[in-house]
Design a protein around this ligand. Structure first.
Ligand SMILES: Cc1cc2nc3c(=O)[nH]c(=O)nc-3n(C[C@H](O)[C@H](O)[C@H](O)COP(=O)(O)OP(=O)(O)OC[C@H]3O[C@@H](n4cnc5c(N)ncnc54)[C@H](O)[C@@H]3O)c2cc1C
Length: 262
């Protein structure tokens, strides 16, 4: 399989699960130019958190539902298509996979990343897994490869530590592994100051970008404006908890916790 073959009608990458690991993996593959779709069949477990205090870069913590939304927004800005859909089957084909949702929609993709937290039920029978209590974990090689070539597992589903930064980091590693396996030209996903490579007599490596001071100022102004806006008001989504504790299928708690409902 080579991700540069784009005439079969299949997507390059389909990610199952739009949580921390899946959105991060998808952001890396899309930024490297692969046509990437995320199918998400629910909410990230992170939305149950009450205040997220250990993700890097947020000294006073951050609302976890705002953080989850920012991950979705970042993926979309980088070219990831995100669609609702609960995946119920992944079937290998000669040159990729057919992914089927509970609604009966079918998608073709050359590569599939399973990033569905605790749901491994849709994976082919020959995927090597292990069970621990009520949980199933997919066996992987540390950077996402599993027992079926072209299929990858990211985040908690592959028994990473149950922390957002670990899921994000593993998602990034899995995305980069997929890029290498697909033959996509990739060195590092870096944005550097103008001349960083070229003034040392080097080509800008694949995945990297050099920008000048004016472009840096434009991007930083846009970033300040966007973050000011997203952090300006309390996040409107109602606090979640474990669904067994409240009479609500999504685990929504008393509205007095936060300003809004959804
Ligand atoms: C109450 C609570 C508090 C927490 N607090 C913290 C904290 O303070 N700090 C911290 O670092 N971590 C915290 N965590 C842990 C953190 O949320 C997880 O480790 C992290 O979200 C795991 O990322 P993931 O991508 O593997 O799973 P998720 O982020 O849950 O993403 C999985 C996604 O896959 C979707 N999905 C599942 N099955 C399917 C399917 N068949 N088809 C399509 N989509 C599917 C789900 O709907 C979800 O959107 C907390 C967790 C809980 C429950």
């Amino acid at each position: 399989m080579n991700a540069s073959d784009s005439d079969s009608g299949a997507r390059d990458v389909l990610v199952v699960g739009g949580g921390v690991a899946g959105l991060t993996a998808a952001t890396f593959t899309a930024r490297a130019g692969l046509d990437t779709l995320v199918l998400n069949g629910g909410e990230s477990i992170l939305r149950r958190n009450a205040h997220l205090e250990n993700v890097p870069g947020c000294p006073a913590g951050v609302n976890p539902r705002l953080f989850a939304g920012l991950l979705e927004e970042q993926a979309a800005r980088n070219g990831v298509a995100v669609a609702p859909g609960r995946v119920v089957r992944v079937d290998p084909r000669d040159s990729g996979f057919v992914v089927t949702t509970a609604a009966g929609d079918a998608y073709e993709a050359r590569y599939v990343v399973a990033a569905s937290w605790s749901d491994a039920s849709y994976l082919p029978d020959d995927v090597s897994c292990r069970t621990a209590g009520s949980k199933t974990y997919v066996d992987e090689d540390g950077v996402g490869r599993i027992s079926v070539a072209g299929l990858y597992a990211a985040g908690r589903l592959s028994e990473q530590y149950h922390q957002a930064v670990v899921a994000a980091g593993h998602g990034a590693a899995v995305g980069i592994t997929l890029l290498h396996d697909s033959g996509t030209p990739f060195y590092n996903d870096w944005v550097t100051p103008d001349g960083y490579f070229t003034e040392r007599g080097r080509e800008v490596p694949p995945g990297c970008e050099e920008i000048d001071a004016a472009e840096q100022a434009r991007r930083q102004a846009e970033s300040r404006e966007l973050m000011r806006d997203r952090f300006a008001n309390p996040h409107p989504q109602t606090q979640r908890t474990h669904p067994s504790l409240v009479d609500d299928e999504r685990g929504r708690v008393d509205e007095s916790w936060e300003v809004g409902d959804d």
